[in-house]
Design a protein around this ligand. Structure first.
Ligand code: AMP
Ligand code: MN
Ligand code: MN
Ligand code: MN
Length: 296
């Protein structure tokens, strides 16, 4: 935060509390190594990583000289006209009882869905998946870890049933595949309300990644704005120029703030924290509107 150099800000990342490969400590260490100044942890339907992360930054010697700032966040799965839409809550109060209660209901739905996925896989001759997924979950006393299809995919690869993660989705877990279970997530308006009740900002995650036409995308963004949504992600390290421009155009048209994050799940050739996330000058960065965390 010194030298007037622009801050390296990454507002989308995952840990063991959902389908991230790294523990909270490993993620924070990596962010420090990558010279990230501001990192939001945004696990799927969980704020479980936030307290451990704050404790580590305060108490662990590895972060004694680090100026890394943590933004409390989550990524809420929503259902919208048959699409699965992800809404980020940024700068939320991770202790807000309403938010915790609502996220807990999503986590329960995830457990029920995982049981049904497991039953479907059993019918394909793949047994005991639910038990194994449960063993993979971080055990925290509040049971805030999020069971996801990514856990199933990793186990299917580990067992040699699928050759890789993507194939597990193509063959079993993806939409309308053999072990697909139609999810019943919350609606977008409710997700926005929970986030804002927790003092946070609601942001559409990776709008460029949904399998929908530009017409539907505009409809999604304008409905989101109409229910009080605050911003949308307009930048991602692998986003092509054309789609980046379209995202900026939609954000400006609707008066939505701009956000940028790597959606980091694991170190790989293509994904890294804090890289290529700059925003142009003619949009309002979402972090300038944060009520709880002042970044300057
Ligand atoms: P869930 O929230 O349990 O439905 O799991 C969704 C997560 O699985 C996403 O956040 C991605 O990390 C991953 N995922 C979903 N669909 C795919 C896909 N078609 N290929 C690869 N990964 C996917
Ligand atoms: Mn994920
Ligand atoms: Mn997502
Ligand atoms: Mn994500």
């Amino acid at each position: 935060m010194q030298n007037n150099a622009p801050l390296k800000i990454d507002l989308h990342s995952h840990t063991h509390y959902s389908d991230g490969k790294l523990s909270v400590r490993e993620l924070l260490l990596r962010a420090t190594q990558m010279q990230v100044d501001v990192l939001a942890i945004t696990d799927h339907d969980s704020v479980g990583a936030i307290s451990p992360a704050l404790d580590l930054l305060e108490q662990d010697d590895a972060f004694k000289n680090s100026s890394l700032r943590l933004i409390s966040g989550c990524e809420i799965s929503c259902s919208w006209h048959g699409f699965e839409i992800h809404i980020l809550g940024l700068d939320v109060d991770h202790r807000c009882p309403v938010l915790l209660d609502r996220l807990n209901s999503q986590l329960q739905r995830r457990i029920e869905r995982a049981q049904r996925i497991s039953e479907k896989l059993s019918k394909c001759g793949i047994d005991d998946m639910f038990t194994q997924v449960k063993e993979l979950m971080v055990s925290d006393q509040n049971q805030t870890a999020c069971m996801s299809r990514a856990h199933f995919a990793n186990i299917l690869v580990e067992r040699g049933v699928c050759t890789n993660f993507d194939q597990a989705f193509r063959q079993y877990l993806g939409k309308n595949k053999r072990a697909y279970v139609k999810p019943q997530w919350v609606d977008i308006a409710s997700a926005v309300e929970w986030i804002q009740q927790a003092g946070g900002k609601a942001v559409i995650a990776h709008p460029f990644r949904y399998d929908m036409t530009t017409k539907w995308l505009r409809r999604l963004c304008s409905e989101f704005k109409a229910v009080g949504g605050d911003g949308m992600e307009v930048q991602h390290p692998n986003l092509d120029v054309k789609r980046h421009k379209l995202m900026l155009e939609i954000a400006k048209e609707l008066g939505l703030c701009a956000s940028a994050g790597s959606d980091f799940h694991a170190p790989s050739r293509w994904t890294e924290l804090g890289r290529r996330l700059n925003l142009p000058d003619d949009v309002t960065p979402i972090w300038q509107t944060f009520d709880r965390t002042q970044l300057s």
